[in-house]
Design a protein around this ligand. Sequence first.
Ligand code: HEC
Ligand code: HEC
Ligand code: HEC
Ligand code: HEC
Ligand code: HEC
Length: 185
Amino acid sequence: MTLIVVVLLGFGCWKLLGMGENVGYSPVQPIPFSHKLHAGDNHIPCQYCHAGVERSRLAPIPALNVCMGCHAVVDNGAAPIKEVAAAYAALKPIEFVRVYDLPQFVYFQHRWHIAAGITCQTCHGQVQNMDQVSQVTQWTMAECLNCHRNDNLLPGPGDNGYHRDPATFHDRPANAPQDCNVCHN
Ligand code: HEC
Ligand code: HEC
Ligand code: HEC
Ligand code: HEC
Ligand code: HEC
């Protein structure tokens, strides 16, 4: 009961603050960083930059040393590359604007989803075709539960194709959770 009240209050404040954006939300970033150019045209794997997402709750936004790993050499003289190099030299991080942001009262971890073989594109769309990242999914509770309800992670009836390696993940439950306190704790 307390949980639900806290959740509802939290939800109210969150709506009042106008946080939580919608499908199509695509903020202009401080640097015109293009996923199409990097992940699309140049085939740089998502996890090269979002390293460790399979082990963490969050998918890390790369620090400037990751950018400079290439751009110390890949320098076509364009202004944004000079900006990245200058920020790096000044030890000043670039403050990228969040695109996806769940309300505080929802708990989400990337790692179990990656382990179940769900691709980044299932949840974030064809990011490798986007010059500027745009939100493709409105993460309502129903949207999360649509997948969790239809999920049988073991081959057999109800199998939706998301599989874990049973040897590595033998201690995990057979289905994606639907208990309130798994997502709200
Ligand atoms: C060369 C590095 C690099 C690669 C490769 C890369 N990303 Fe990113 N990603 C970034 C940076 C920097 C940001 C923050 C700026 C922005 O939102 O565009 C970001 C932001 C994002 C966001 C938005 C995060 C938010 O604010 O909510 C998503 C989603 C994302 N990346 C998914 C992907 C996927 C999926 C791939 C592979 C198809 C990928 N990225 C490949 C560097 C990279
Ligand atoms: C099951 C759906 C799902 C999958 C699969 C998924 N994401 Fe996410 N991602 C989300 C949600 C939901 C958020 C917002 C999390 C929050 O606000 O706490 C998010 C947030 C992000 C962010 C912003 C930083 C953060 O962690 O909040 C980045 C970057 C990102 N995802 C990249 C990726 C990449 C790269 C992959 C593939 C390796 C991936 N995501 C796979 C649902 C997913
Ligand atoms: C694995 C190598 C690699 C990494 C890592 C990388 N880039 Fe790039 N980046 C490239 C390549 C290749 C190009 C295309 C250069 C060209 O076409 O001349 C490029 C182009 C760019 C451009 C476009 C420049 C123009 O022509 O306008 C920007 C801006 C940029 N990168 C920023 C970043 C940022 C910010 C990061 C870190 C989040 C990053 N890059 C990480 C390889 C990389
Ligand atoms: C495309 C399918 C899919 C979507 C969409 C999805 N999930 Fe999941 N989720 C799974 C699967 C599969 C598991 C089970 C992974 C396991 O137990 O190894 C899981 C597990 C979880 C867990 C339990 C992980 C743990 O710590 O034990 C939480 C919490 C969770 N999801 C939250 C969310 C939230 C919140 C959203 C919406 C923002 C969401 N999920 C969207 C498929 C999905
Ligand atoms: C798979 C993850 C998940 C599970 C399980 C889950 N929720 Fe949620 N819940 C969410 C997400 C995500 C939101 C945020 C919705 C939004 O931003 O619109 C949410 C929002 C809420 C809200 C705020 C109002 C609303 O409807 O958006 C309440 C209240 C709530 N949940 C209660 C519950 C209760 C009670 C249960 C158990 C019967 C439950 N939740 C189970 C993910 C989950």
